[in-house]
Each structure stands twice: as C-alpha cells, then as structure tokens.
Design a protein around this ligand. Structure first.
Ligand code: MG
Length: 294
C-alpha cells in the first residue's frame, strides 16, 4: 500500500470506496499456520542440520538475528537454496537505539539498522524487528508528545528506506519489565499509521502481550494493514509452547489471525527446559492443534 492510499485510508475516504461496485478479484484465504524458527530453536550442530529438522516438521520460516547480517547473506542463501523455508523476519541486531538522547548512539543506530535493512531485503525478509528503547537503554528521550512525533518522523524515514529495499521495519511492543515506551500492539499500530509509510509495520509477541488485555483484540487492532509478524513462546516462563501447561493458550490470538487472513509467520522466540528434540515437536503439534481449534 502506497503513502497516498494510506493517507486516504486514514482520512476515512476508504469508507466511500465501500459504496463502489465490488472489485472482482480472487482472494486466496491465508488461513494456513506458517511457523518459523529462530536460529537457536531447532536442534542441530549446523545450519543445514537445523534446516533439515525444520523441513521434516513442516516449518516454513527462518528468523535470524540481525547482528552481522550483511556478512551472512551468502551463507543463508546457500543453506536455504532448494528448500521450502524462507526468511520470515530479521530479529534486531543493530547497535544504539532510535530514541537515544546521545547523537552518537542515535547515529550508530541509523547506520547499523540501515545495513541490516539492506541485507534483509536481499534475503527476502518481511521486515526487520526493532524496539524503540529498552528500559536499560539510557539516556533516552522523555516519554512526551514531542518524542512520539519525533519517533513517527524517524520511523517514516526508516520505513521509506526499507521499502526501497523491498522490506519493512517492524515495531515490537514489549512488556513493562523490558520497555516502558511501547507495550501494546494497538499502540504500535497507531505509530505505524502516524508514521505515514507503508514500510512501517508492527508485530505481537504472545510472551510480551501481558500488557494487552485480550489477544484477539490486540491482533485485530493492528489488522492486516499493520501486523507483519508474530512471536510465540510459553506464557509463564518464555520456553517452548506447552511447557507451561494450561497457561499456553493461543486460541484467541489465532482466531484473530485466521479471521484477518494473516499471511505472514508465527515465529518461535523461546528457550526450553526439556529435551529440545521432544519439546520442539510437542510445541509444533500444540500450536497446530490450537490453530485448528481457533
Ligand atoms: Mg519477541
């Protein structure tokens, strides 16, 4: 979606188009659960062993960290060649942070983030995940209206840069123990809207979504226009889904994803307390069963 159509949609002009004759286009419902693993999720001594394991389980996405990504593009391209696995998203990896008070720290963010975005584009990634500021990152710009406007301006620039590289930047809300600034999926989606760039997207992480009161409403608040990625972990200790027993219920969130025909990935971001060979498979089975139930 381009900036012009985004402006139309946000001004309410899109309401008018609903009165026009329906466009005859064939829409393929994307109600399939596309699972993705980070580099450390699958057992295996090498990238190829991990990808073999993932293919056997029907895992179709891979989410590498962004650190040093430009130097790993060839390695990933070769290991993924001929496989039914694509790069889902890139998990951060930049230096500095976007809300840094210190211009040197901000400049470090700008240059390292842009390098990762360019490499993400080469890998066909849906986007690069970022957090505006962790609690531990200081000095940070104050939580004011001016800072939000600054963030939207900066995100606009990053989003436009990402679009030139055929990818996006994905804002990740965290729980309050890790980040005060951005804690709700709906808040992240509003920043996407106000950044006025189709290259600015957001995500939800089932682990962090303790701040959202309802998984279903949280995902729907971002909708298909802004929701670009999802992280999953157990909901008590951030280990494999299922390892925290009945706490690990994703049905309401999955119901929203199915309803909006979410076309992207649900990616594991978690450790395990058990035998990885067993807990990873059990987690995949659990998520598939809950997806069916949703
Ligand atoms: Mg996450």
């Amino acid at each position: 979606m381009g900036t012009a159509s985004l402006a139309m949609a946000t001004s309410g002009a899109s309401l008018l188009t609903s009165c026009a004759p329906a466009e005859k286009k064939i829409v393929t419902p994307s109600t399939e659960l596309r699972l993705s693993f980070q580099e450390g999720t699958a057992p295996g001594a090498s990238l190829n062993e991990k990808f073999d394991y993932m293919e056997n389980l029907g895992i179709v996405g891979f989410e590498p960290g962004g650190w040093n990504l430009a130097e790993r593009v060839n390695e990933f391209q070769q290991a993924l060649s001929g496989r039914n696995i694509k790069v889902s998203a890139i998990c951060a990896g930049f230096k500095g942070f976007i809300l840094a008070e210190d211009p040197k720290v901000k400049a470090e963010f700008d240059s390292t983030m842009r390098d990762i975005i360019a490499a993400a584009g080469e890998l066909g990634s849906t986007g690069v995940i970022m957090v505006p500021a962790f609690n531990s990152q200081t000095p940070c710009k104050p939580h004011t209206l001016e800072t939000r406007e600054y963030l939207c301006e900066q995100m606009h620039e990053l989003g436009e840069y990402a679009l030139k590289h055929n990818t996006t930047v994905i804002l990740e809300p965290l729980n309050r123990r890790e980040a005060h600034y951005l804690r709700l999926v709906s808040d992240a989606a509003a920043i996407c809207r106000d950044s006025k760039s189709a290259g600015v997207k957001c995500m939800g992480d089932f682990w962090h979504m303790q701040e959202d009161t309802n998984d279903y409403a949280a995902f729907l608040s971002a909708g298909k226009e802004y929701l670009q990625h999802v992280h999953v972990a157990s909901r008590g200790r951030r280990i494999m889904p299922g390892e925290d027993g009945e706490l690990d219920n994703y049905v309401e969130g999955f119901r929203a994803l199915k309803q909006m025909e979410y076309p992207y990935y649900v990616s594991f971001e978690c450790g395990t307390k058990g035998d990885r060979n067993q807990t990873v498979k059990a987690a995949v089975e659990l998520l598939r069963a809950q997806w069916e139930q949703a």
